[in-house]
Design a protein around this ligand. Structure first.
Ligand SMILES: Cc1cc2nc3c(=O)[nH]c(=O)nc-3n(C[C@H](O)[C@H](O)[C@H](O)COP(=O)(O)OP(=O)(O)OC[C@H]3O[C@@H](n4cnc5c(N)ncnc54)[C@H](O)[C@@H]3O)c2cc1C
Length: 659
């Protein structure tokens, strides 16, 4: 029974209890929403500081999130004992590489503290070294520490890691520290109240996605770690599980609930043409012949078996495999990894598989990755360790291909499409990829609302696992410090009652519209009105159309069980995210190359006046704009050191590596 009406939420085959209408109230010092890498580290940092911590995770913490199935390289471990670079060098390189539309604060934290998190991971049971001596003597292995490096073998700041061991290790550590885990529970709304006349986070509402039990979670500090939006432009109702690169349940709820509460966002107008793992149209990520990221620097050949040479930054053809892993003469280091693709080579050759350029040079399609022409340890580290540890590759790629007879010492893998992405997309088919927009924050990773922090892929211009672990831990310790000097804020029971009614509404609709139909409709609307080329009239049409969905479709949504109810909640959040993107696109009245943003009514590219963050939040439905200089974070080292003296003491006490 809920509100006097009986609600049938399960059929006879639904295996969980019906707890619709049951409300559970819990409180804690620090509430963490999202139990991926960032959320787990945030919870660990707060628990280490003696705070009571609740972590809410929609899936099962042991394997949830982007890194649940693993990841193969840990970027920016600049303080590891073999590193030839400083945190300052790499953090500024990231900022410059993105033309300052980059998260200087978070990258600096990643570069400065990332290796500490690697050592934490090892202490929790994660595998970070070649302890079985499988790669003894390889150029990418340090014999003393047994650490293994990717990409730049001279400067050794990207580690090859056994990421599939990480989430189970974090899970064990959370349990050991006594963090209260609410698993299979979706966070749905933030609670806020006023403390000393200022808006302050007060916790969140959540719902058990098996039973529909409703939670009111009160907290002194809250950390948002629910990843980034997805399924905004691309959705395939027949192949939902293949819609996106990141896990299906991560669709930007954190952005949606943040927006509804007045949290400030930036760069939400940025999106890239879809790359891969989108709408079920591409081959499985890392399962085709390519030489990007996991597959760097695989030997590429054309249809005749002619090798496509790598060249260095200065265009010099490289004659040995080993040279691909070293900076050019006079180049200090080169960046490489998930987001960073260009800086080693200006010539866009086999590195990015620029087919047009290669065809002009006489190479014949199709192209293949040919690992058989690589030294044994380079071949084994790609096909074996990297393809195996990278998320979603262990079973679909390594295991399946091997079972079906693929032998990297003899066989080649074909490339598809015009790049490593293994599929071609239209200009209007877009994705949140490549350091997209997100929450704007200060040096404490605090949002514009006191008591609410953010970390990992929820931050603007986020990009990788090391970034998520380091910012998660940092946000957790700042949230813990703030919680120590704050009383438990009150909350408005009318607000939680409204949220409960919103969540349960589809349970009362019989034979209505499914979540899939609404997701498809949003994606189509965004392709039509907020695609590759945008303008005022189109964007306003888009907002009107989404407004009509809210009025006409949302009240008709219905579901058969709590799982489908959760899917509806996700699509409602996607609708909110789509609206944020439309607003952000309206507010930037110029075009921008770094943001992949084109307005036909404002074609001027990157005018000086708009070379800034256009930060937006909403209050009572009105969108408010604030302009923030792109270099608002100041000098990275100076600003960081001012605020983290206590952490230096912790480093000393824990015996982390000396800088
Ligand atoms: C296939 C793949 C391979 C990758 N490989 C690498 C790599 O080799 N190196 C690298 O550096 N990076 C890699 N990345 C990126 C890296 O994994 C992510 O940047 C990182 O894991 C982000 O961590 P996060 O905690 O911010 O988000 P996630 O790890 O995605 O965690 C977000 C969590 O929030 C939960 N959640 C979402 N919504 C809600 C809600 N409403 N309520 C409660 N919980 C919610 C989700 O279930 C999820 O567990 C890869 C990503 C993918 C997808």
């Amino acid at each position: 029974m809920y509100g006097g009406t009986s609600v049938m939420i399960h059929t006879t085959s639904w295996p969980y209890a019906n707890e619709t209408g049951i409300t559970k109230k819990l409180s804690c010092d620090v509430l963490v929403l999202g139990g991926g890498l960032a959320g787990c580290y945030a919870a660990i940092a707060a628990a280490r500081r003696g705070q009571s911590v609740i972590l809410v995770e929609k899936g099962a913490v042991e394997r949830s999130g982007s890194a649940g199935t693993g990841f193969d390289h840990w970027e920016s471990a600049c303080t590891n004992p073999c590193s030839g670079v400083t945190p300052e060098e790499i953090a500024w390189a990231y900022v410059n590489e993105q033309d300052y539309y980059s998260n200087g604060i978070a990258h600096y934290i990643e570069c400065r503290e990332g290796y500490d998190r690697v050592l934490d991971m090892e202490s929790f049971g994660g595998k970070i070294r070649d302890t079985k001596n499988e790669f003894e003597g390889a150029a990418f292995r340090d014999e003393k520490t047994k650490l293994m490096f990717a990409y730049d073998y001279k400067n050794k700041f990207t580690l090859r890691v056994w990421g599939s061991t990480f989430k189970p290790s974090l899970y064990k550590e959370l349990k050991r520290l006594g963090v209260k885990l609410l698993e299979h529970t979706e966070a749905t709304a933030l609670l806020t109240s006023f403390v000393n006349g200022k808006k302050h986070g007060a916790g969140a509402c959540a719902m058990d996605v098996h039973t529909c039990k409703f939670y009111i979670l009160r907290a002194k500090s809250t950390v948002l770690a629910m990843s980034r939006p997805a399924r905004v432009w691309l959705f395939d109702a027949d192949q939902p599980g293949l819609c996106e690169f990141r896990p299906f349940q991560s669709i930007g709820s954190g952005h949606a609930m943040g927006w509804r509460s007045g949290i400030e966002f930036t760069m939400m107008e940025k999106s890239v043409r879809a790359e891969y793992s989108a709408a079920g149209r591409s081959f499985p990520a890392y399962g085709t012949g390519n030489n990007h990221n996991t597959w760097y620097a695989a030997t590429m050949v054309d249809a005749r078996g002619v090798e496509i040479p790598y060249v260095d930054r200065d265009g010099k053809e490289l004659t040995s495999v080993l040279e691909r892993y070293y900076p050019a003469p006079g180049q200090k280091f080169f960046l490489k990894g998930g987001v960073i693709d260009n800086p080693k080579y200006e010539y866009r050759g086999p590195e990015t598989l620029d087919f047009d350029e290669l065809i002009k040079r006489g190479y014949q399609l199709p192209f293949y990755a040919n690992l058989s022409r690589m030294p044994d340890e380079e071949r084994r580290v790609i096909w074996g360790m990297m393809v195996g540890e990278e998320g979603k590759t262990k079973i679909p790629i390594l295991q399946n291909y091997t079972k079906r007879g693929f032998d990297p010492t003899k066989d080649m893998l074909q490339s598809y499409g015009t790049g490593w992405q293994s599929a071609n997309f239209l200009e209007q088919e877009r994705q949140f990829f490549g350091a997209p927009g997100g929450i704007l924050h200060d040096w404490d990773l605090k949002t514009n609302i006191d008591g609410i922090y953010a970390a990992g892929d929820q931050l603007y211009a986020s990009d990788c696992a090391g970034f998520a672990c380091a910012t998660g831990y940092y946000a957790g310790r700042k949230a813990a410090a703030a919680a120590k000097s704050c009383e438990l804020p009150s909350y408005d029971p009318e607000e939680t009652a409204r949220e409960q009614a919103r969540l349960y509404a589809p349970l009362f609709v019989k034979d209505g519209i499914s979540w899939k139909e609404l997701n498809q409709a949003i994606a189509k609307a965004m392709q039509n009105y907020c695609g590759g080329v945008r303008c005022e009239a189109l964007l306003r049409e888009g907002l009107d159309l989404l407004g009509s969905y809210e009025r006409d479709i949302v009240p008709k949504l219905s579901c058969k069980n709590p799982h489908e109810l959760m899917r509806i909640h996700e699509v409602l959040d996607i609708l909110t995210v789509a609206q944020i993107v439309l607003h952000a696109s309206l507010h930037r009245k110029s075009s921008s190359a770094p943001l992949f943003f084109t307005r036909s009514d404002y074609p001027k590219m990157d005018p000086q006046a708009d070379h800034c963050h256009i930060a937006l939040h909403q209050e009572n439905g009105t969108v408010i704009e604030r302009r923030v200089p792109l270099d608002f974070f100041g000098d990275l080292q100076t600003e960081y050191e001012k605020r983290n003296i206590d952490y230096e003491e912790e480093r000393e006490a824990n015996g982390y590596a000396k800088r």
